[in-house]
Design a protein around this ligand. Structure first.
Ligand code: HXC
Ligand code: NAP
Length: 311
């Protein structure tokens, strides 16, 4: 367990780290940009002068976030309804983006994801497919759709960043479909970093540890957000969870021209969590749940996400 006092040595700085205007002339597409970490990354890019498109399935969430970011940064932020699982929808959405803006994004952040924290033996084939479709195929759909167009236009390059997690490599007990999919995303990154750099594209990954968001902490497990933050802080060497603005600053740097030599990199951003007692976010804690308890936990989680089996 981490010493809680460690946190006092590691301040949280939330303001953009790059110089003002560093993203002037950039056009960024952030999938899952309506909430959580995607929203934070979109906000920082906008603060730095980028035009930003945020994509997701829920129009009202995207519109609200676009307005909030614009009010905060005065930058241009556009909601794009796009389900990354469907390659035809992705193609049409990228068509719409190109005709609206007259250009392709030169920054793409693959951040959209879905995840269930659940004992693997309780996952139906459709539950597994649902997560793999969003996380792995969704990322590949967006990346190849935009990548093909960048190659054909032979004009500007593009910096791709995908959000993974360290359990993509260590294995992720109780998050099997997410762990498998993120492993694939990391492999895609390495593969394309070699194959497509000649077209002006580079590919990198941030693999964050626990950073409180409603999506990850509030809806995934049977604990409250506060309980989750408290429990996970103890698994992190620096004694606290990360903050959305911290990953946003790293993402902005990695996508910026300051990092144009960074390609094929997978950067773990987890406060050293993975090296402390082999800490995985939920693994140690959930191993202690008796198998008979999982039905109760599943019912509670499903009641929170409105996905009750009885509906
Ligand atoms: C097991 C479940 C389930 C649960 C649904 N299913 N909830 N199985 N445990 N809690 C099953 C359903 O019964 C169904 O299978 C299948 O999964 C598809 O369910 P749908 O509800 O139709 O899926 P959909 O509406 O597409 O929504 C999927 C989703 C959503 C996007 C994953 O559940 C969601 O919004 N999740 C929470 C937000 C989230 O995942 N945030 C991101 C990631 S955080 P059957 O067989 O019945 O048809 C992250 C990092 C974690 O990744 C790090 C932790 C620190
Ligand atoms: P989140 O708020 O739940 O973000 C997920 C986003 O993905 C939502 O905006 C959601 O919007 C979008 N999305 C889901 N399915 C989609 C689909 N089919 N098409 C398009 N968009 C879709 O959770 P988060 O914590 O910010 O997670 C962001 C990223 O960080 C994810 O890749 C996650 O795996 C990763 N991560 C997070 C943590 C953490 O501790 N927070 C740790 C490790 C990794 P809609 O529902 O409107 O579509």
């Amino acid at each position: 367990m981490a010493c809680k006092q460690a946190a006092k040595f590691f301040p949280v700085l939330k303001t953009p780290a790059l110089p003002p205007g560093s993203m002037q002339g950039k056009f960024a597409l952030v999938t899952g940009g309506g909430t959580g970490l995607g929203r934070a990354m979109a906000t920082t890019l906008s603060h730095l002068g980028a035009t930003v498109a945020i994509a997701g399935r829920r129009t009202e969430v995207l519109e609200r976030t676009a307005t909030d970011i614009h009010n905060e940064t005065k930058g241009k932020v556009f909601p794009v309804k796009m389900d990354v699982r469907d390659p035809e929808i992705v193609e049409k959405s990228v068509d719409a983006i190109e005709s609206e803006f007259g250009r392709l994004p030169n920054i793409v952040i693959n951040n959209a994801a879905g995840n269930f924290i659940m004992a693997s033996e309780r996952l139906s084939p459709n539950a597994v497919r649902t997560v793999v479709d969003i996380v792995l195929f969704g990322t590949v759909n967006v990346t190849t759709e935009i990548g093909r167009r960048v190659i054909n236009q032979n004009k500007d390059g593009c910096s791709f960043l995908s959000i993974s997690t360290p359990y993509a490599r260590s294995g992720g007990p109780f998050v099997l479909p997410s762990a498998m999919s993120k492993a694939g995303v990391e492999n895609m990154t390495k593969t394309l970093s070699a194959e497509w750099a000649k077209y002006g594209m580079r590919f990198n990954v941030i693999a964050p540890g626990p950073i409180p968001t409603e999506g990850a902490f509030g809806r995934l497990s049977n604990m409250t957000m506060e309980e989750t933050v408290h429990m996970l802080s103890k698994t992190v060497s620096v004694g606290r969870c990360g903050e959305p603005e911290e990953i946003a600053n790293l993402a902005a740097y990695m996508c910026s021209d300051y990092a144009s030599w960074l390609n094929g990199a997978i950067i773990d951003f987890d406060g050293g969590q993975q090296f402390l007692n082999h800490g995985s976010s939920f693994g140690d804690f959930l191993q202690k749940v008796p198998s008979g308890e999982w039905a109760k936990i599943e019912e509670l989680i499903r009641s929170r996400t409105g996905k009750s089996k009885s509906k």
